[in-house]
Design a protein around this ligand. Sequence first.
Ligand code: DQA
Length: 146
Amino acid sequence: FHILLLNGPNLNLLGTREPEKYGRDTLNDIVSSLQIQAQELNVQLSHYQSNAESTLIDHIHLARDKVDYIIINPAAFTHTSIAIRDALLAVSVPFIEVHLSNVHAREPFRHHSYLSDISSGVICGLGADGYRWALHTAVNRLLNSN
Ligand code: DQA
């Protein structure tokens, strides 16, 4: 199976960006540990981070017919992007939405997501562990659907 991990704007600054909210792990730390987990689970994991909405959309388009599951932290685009929602609907690859922080305990504008109702699951507030649970679940679901 091929799993695509997508991270949105400002997540390249993880480690130094508001660590009390997002933790001290860098994006590299998180992706390296997910690569090890992917190897153990015998799946291929690709990763892209972008600060640009268009690049994220391009990578969602490329996932069509190539990727079995998407794990996405759309960051601030969660709360703004009808375009990312439409891209995910267009390619119809199942996806899990991940947030490091508990968005529901934060500002009201973070309570709404343009993606949650079309996702196969949402994880928030578990920090970097959220990505690990997402990968675990994506692989389990793929194994059980075959
Ligand atoms: C985030 C939460 C978003 O509200 C915020 O804009 C982010 C990160 C998270 O992982 O907690 O950039 O997606």
